[in-house]
Design a protein around this ligand. Structure first.
Ligand code: NDP
Length: 281
């Protein structure tokens, strides 16, 4: 392996320790509420992880559980109650919601000042304008990884594979705000390998196991692999073929242990930021 490994787990631990230290001297206890609808096992695991991470950082965490047959009015009602609750600084609605609930309606019900996922249209608009407020946790985590790993973004040629609202689009906005030259690729992009080969930094957020191959990567480029895919044998893998890409890249994140831990760490940062902002005059 030639590439330097960007250790997301270690960097996330530093971020989490910093948040805990800042919470300890904040003079108040920030509150995070997670709304979990239904009994999707993967969602339950994610929620438990976030809950534990928040508690470890001194944040008061609670989970509001609603049954799978809850309707949109029930979920919006739960969110509005949290909007009014002065002990709650951050609200996160765990996705995906059951199919009969319109996620956009629920996201729009969240008070933008408590929107620690950064999905509310107001926060999306601010980010697009280059005036970030609360920024989606995964792209924020990617920026932090690049910063700590000393990968220069300003002026760099970057490509974001994927254009979802959760990862691809906010990722592109953050890179642009950091003065990168940004290409956004998606399922209709022609000749994706050639587009990738031009990039100094490749952020892969597609959800296709090992799609990015070594011959897509310019020698010395950085690969940030957001993808989480389960192989038939049960192993987790990213969107990049790690072993072969690591021969060509200059730096690469592993899966697991790369972007994933940063997402949780940045949720804690967002919660503290929302709490501080709400209390500032
Ligand atoms: P989505 O399915 O919402 O979006 C996938 C994007 O990839 C779409 O824009 C799609 O294009 C594009 N795409 C799909 N196939 C191809 C292809 N063959 N070539 C080029 N582009 C393609 O996924 P998410 O953004 O929610 O998640 C992406 C991955 O990141 C998943 O593996 C997910 O598990 C992971 N993830 C990891 C997180 C973490 O903390 N590490 C957090 C969130 C997600 P189009 O728009 O044209 O359909």
């Amino acid at each position: 392996m030639n590439a330097r490994l960007i250790d997301g787990k270690a960097i996330a631990n530093v971020v989490r320790t910093e948040v805990a230290a800042n919470v300890a001297c904040a003079g108040f206890t920030p509150g995070l509420a997670v709304v979990l609808v239904g009994d999707d096992p993967a969602s339950a695991v994610y929620v438990r992880t976030k809950d534990k991470a928040a508690r470890d950082a001194g944040i008061e965490a609670r989970t509001i559980r609603l049954p799978a047959n809850a309707d949109e009015i029930d979920v919006v009602g739960a969110v509005r109650k949290l909007n009014q609750d002065p002990t709650v600084d951050g609200i996160l609605v765990q996705m995906p919601l059951p199919k009969h609930i319109n996620a956009l309606v629920v996201i729009e019900a969240v008070d933008p000042a408590k929107d620690v996922d950064g999905f509310h249209p107001l926060n999306v608009g601010l980010l697009t304008e280059g005036r970030p407020a609360l920024v989606p946790c995964t792209p924020r985590g990617v920026m932090k990884l690049l910063e700590v790993a000393g990968i220069g973004v300003s002026g760099a040629r970057t490509i974001v594979l994927g254009r979802s609202s959760i990862v691809g689009r906010p990722m592109a906005s953050l890179l642009l705000a950091a003065n990168a030259t940004v290409t956004i690729a998606h399922s209709r992009t022609r000749n994706l390998p050639a587009e990738c080969r031009r990039a100094d930094i490749v952020v892969a957020a597609v959800g296709r196991a090992e799609m990015v191959r070594a011959d897509w990567i310019r020698t010395g480029a950085t690969i940030i692999d957001v993808g989480i895919n389960r192989l038939p044998d049960g192993r987790l893998t990213g969107d990049a073929a790690f072993a072969e890409c690591a021969q060509v890249a200059g730096a690469i994140t592993p899966v697991p242990g790369g972007v994933g831990p940063m997402t949780v760490a940045c949720l804690l940062e967002n919660t503290l930021a929302a709490a501080l902002r709400r209390r500032s005059p």
